[in-house]
Ligand binder design. Structure first.
Ligand SMILES: [Mn+2]
Length: 299
C-alpha cells in the first residue's frame, strides 16, 4: 500500500455559520496549534479563508445575511480547491463546520468534469448523513443539508456552489452513521447511498467494511474524495465537536478506516471538519483531527 504520492496543499476553512454554534470557525487554528505541520511533514500551507461576521451586520435579516455569506464563502473556497486540483496536488481542507463540504465536493465534481472524467465517489465518515432539505430539516442548520445539495436536491444556499459539481449518490458511502432524521433516511434510501453504522463496522470488522466501501466509492475509474467529521468518533474521545452523538467509533476503528483510505491511490481530495475548540478538553479533539488528517493523506 503506497498511498497518496502527490504534494499536499492545506486550506484552513474558518467557517462556522452552518452549525448550531460558531466555535467550529476556530477549528483550523486549533489543528495548527496541535502540530499539524509537524505531523504532516512536507506540505504547502495555503493559509486560511475566513468567513465574514454576519451577526454584526445591523438592520439586516440575519437569516438572509447568513445564506448570502454561506454562498459567497462557498464560492471562494470552491475556487481555492479547484486551483489545487488544477495543479495536480491533493487539496486538504480543514474546517470549519460541515456546510463547507459543498464547496470542497463541488470543486471535485467540477474539476473531474473539466477533465472529462466521471464524478469521483465519496466516503462520508460522519455520525450524520447531512441529507436534509429545506423541507425536511428539523434544525434549519445548513451543515445538515449540504450533501443533499451535492446529490442534486435544490437547497437555495448551495445552488450556486454546486453548479457543475454534482456527485453520483450511488457512489456515496456513509461510515459511522448513527443519527439520521426520518426525512433523511427516506432521502438517502431514494438516492441509493450506502450507509454503514458503527454496529455494522463492529459486526463485520473494518477490513470487510472498507473493502466494500472503497469498491463502491472508487467505482470503475478508481477515484474518490473523503470527508471526515470528528463527530463520527465517540464523544468520549472527541468532545470538541458541535453535535455529540453517543455510540460512535473508537479511535482504533477510526484509525484503521483512515489508514485504509490513506493507502488508496485514487483519493483526490481530503476534508476534516467540525472541530470545535470551544467544546474541546485539553485540545484532544484537535490532536485526533491532526492525526486523522495525516492518516487520510497517507502520512
Ligand atoms: Mn456530523
Amino acid at each position: 500500500m503506497t498511498g497518496v504520492q502527490r504534494s499536499i496543499e492545506v486550506i484552513g476553512a474558518r467557517f462556522g455559520l452552518g452549525g448550531r454554534c460558531r466555535g467550529t470557525a476556530a477549528g483550523p487554528t486549533a489543528m495548527r496549534a496541535a502540530g499539524l505541520s509537524r505531523r504532516l511533514g512536507a506540505m504547502r500551507d495555503l493559509g486560511d479563508i475566513v468567513a465574514r461576521d454576519v451577526e454584526r451586520q445591523r438592520g439586516r435579516d440575519p437569516g438572509a445575511a447568513l445564506v448570502e455569506e454561506t454562498e459567497r464563502y462557498s464560492l471562494e473556497l470552491r475556487a481555492a480547491v479547484e486551483a489545487v486540483l488544477l495543479r495536480g496536488a491533493l487539496p486538504c481542507v480543514l474546517g470549519g463546520d460541515h456546510s463547507l463540504g459543498a464547496a470542497t465536493q463541488a470543486a471535485v465534481g467540477r474539476s473531474a468534469r473539466a477533465r472529462g472524467w466521471e464524478p469521483p465517489g465519496l466516503l462520508w465518515i460522519d455520525a450524520h448523513t447531512d441529507a436534509n432539505t429545506m423541507e425536511s430539516t428539523p434544525s434549519g442548520n445548513l451543515h445538515g443539508m449540504m450533501l443533499a445539495a451535492i446529490h442534486g436536491i435544490d437547497v437555495p444556499a448551495f445552488r450556486a456552489v454546486v453548479d457543475g459539481g454534482l456527485r453520483d449518490p450511488r457512489r456515496t458511502v456513509y461510515l459511522g452513521t448513527r443519527d439520521v432524521d426520518d426525512g433523511e433516511r427516506e432521502i438517502v434510501a431514494r438516492l441509493g447511498c450506502r450507509m454503514i453504522t458503527p454496529l455494522e463496522i463492529r459486526a463485520r470488522g473494518v477490513a470487510s467494511v472498507m473493502a466494500e466501501a472503497l469498491s463502491i466509492a472508487a467505482g470503475a475509474d478508481g477515484r474518490l474524495s473523503v470527508s471526515f467529521d470528528l463527530d463520527s468518533l465517540d464523544p468520549s474521545i472527541a468532545p470538541g465537536v458541535d453535535c455529540h452523538v453517543p455510540g460512535g467509533l473508537e479511535w482504533s476503528e477510526a484509525a484503521e478506516i483512515l489508514m485504509r483510505v490513506g493507502a488508496h491511490r485514487g483519493v483526490v481530495a481530503v476534508e476534516v471538519v467540525e472541530v470545535n475548540p470551544s467544546a474541546d478538553i485539553d485540545g484532544r479533539t484537535a490532536r485526533l483531527a491532526v492525526e486523522a488528517t495525516a492518516l487520510l493523506c497517507g502520512r
